[in-house]
Design a protein around this ligand. Structure first.
Ligand code: PLP
Length: 361
């Protein structure tokens, strides 16, 4: 069996030991005689899987007791609608900071439900930086302030937490959740699709402060009402049981690695290896402002785009796949989530060097 180094932005690489355990437990989970996929979500086996996953996630992120952890469906794109439905709480305005493709999607969707004030934007420089908070024009009567803390396509990451005072801060953390410790209490709501750093597609994690729920707009679909879901332990509708099981195995894996502080240390080391090479290269370039660079998604370009196809072909031959950049920005992108070992980044840097030596003269 030959496993590749998979640099996909998502669905993305998972820890090999998690996949092995899932394979070993596929036909008979812990003597139950069933696959997790075949279990009733109301049965004691699955209830224990669900509770353990929630407990481990709470522990990893040190989620305060006054926050609900919900395991929902629909992905981050559905949350773009579900957040305004639940969090406007009768207000008519929400603030959004526009830092790239995912922020733009959030803004577009929110406009169906409220007046959107774009408090700041980095569109003036092709989304290569995060606007500093002193330049934000927040509205005092906003229901919440929305940010995307890791722009998966553009490769931007907040390395600081905005201060929005009494107005709840809402963060789409899809592509860097669990890559570093988070001070949850600074946020009113955190959401993320699982398929980047947590597990399989089909599961959405929502962490929301209790006092913010219970005032959903009257038209909110019941399955998307945080209050109803919280009261039903995320089982108002049948949850994504198998995805929750795999996410639970990933949470255990993160704990075994030493928790988020250790995972962050490794992620810093992996990102540094790659950015350091790109920064000294005369052949490749990283477009993003160094202080705002993502540790998870590293977009880069060949100065000579005519060589893009050859670059990708050579990478594939060397066991590295999914390096093509998003169609909206072109170039290349290496997503180096938690489950990407440093060996994968080392191989990528060695390949960059080799390719540059061959073509860069
Ligand atoms: C992948 C991603 C999404 C989209 O998630 P879906 O599961 O397709 O809804 C939204 N926001 C960010 C930041 C992402 O990385």
């Amino acid at each position: 069996m030959a496993r590749v180094f998979n640099f996909s932005a998502g669905p993305a690489v998972l820890p090999e030991t998690v996949l092995q355990q899932a394979a070993a437990e596929m036909l008979d989970w812990h003597g139950s005689g069933m696959s997790v996929m075949e279990m009733s979500h109301r049965g004691k086996e699955f209830i224990s899987i669900h509770a353990e996953a929630e407990k481990d996630l709470r522990e990893l992120l040190a989620v305060p007791a006054n926050y609900k952890v919900l395991f929902l469906q629909g992905g981050a794109i559905a949350e773009n609608a579900i957040v305004p439905m639940n969090l406007l709480r009768g207000r008519s305005v929400a603030d959004y900071v526009n830092t790239g493709e995912w922020s733009k999607k959030s803004i577009k969707e929110a406009k169906k439900y409220c007046k959107v004030n774009v408090a700041a934007s980095s569109e003036d420089k092709q989304f290569t930086y995060i606007p500093p908070q002193q330049d934000w024009k927040l509205s005092p009567d906003a229901g919440y302030v929305h940010i995307c803390t890791n722009e998966t396509i553009g490769g931007l990451e907040y390395h600081w937490v905005p201060d929005t005072g009494e107005v709840p801060l809402v963060a789409d953390m899809s592509s860097h959740i669990l890559s570093r410790p988070v001070d949850v209490k600074r946020y009113g709501l955190i959401y993320g699709g699982a398929q980047k750093n947590i597990g399989p597609a089909g599961l959405t994690v929502v962490i929301v402060r209790e006092d913010l729920i219970g005032q959903a707009a009257a038209f909110t679909p019941s399955a998307f009402d945080y209050k109803l879901q919280a009261e039903a332990d995320s089982m108002y509708n049948t949850p994504a049981t198998y995805a929750i099981y795999i996410a639970g195995l990933v949470f255990k894996w993160v704990k075994q690695q030493g928790g988020l502080a250790e995972v962050e240390r490794r992620n810093i080391a992996k990102a540094k290896l790659l950015y350091d090479y790109l920064d000294q290269s005369k052949f490749f370039l990283s477009p993003v402002e160094p202080r705002d660079r993502s540790r998870m998604n590293v977009p880069f370009k060949l100065r000579n785009e005519a060589l893009d196809e050859e670059f990708l072909k050579g990478a594939k031959a060397a066991g590295m796949v999914q390096l093509k950049g998003h169609r909206s920005v072109g170039g290349m992108r290496a997503s180096i989530y938690n489950a990407m070992p440093i060996e994968g980044v080392q191989r990528l840097v060695a390949y960059l060097r080799e390719f540059e030596d061959k073509h860069g003269k």
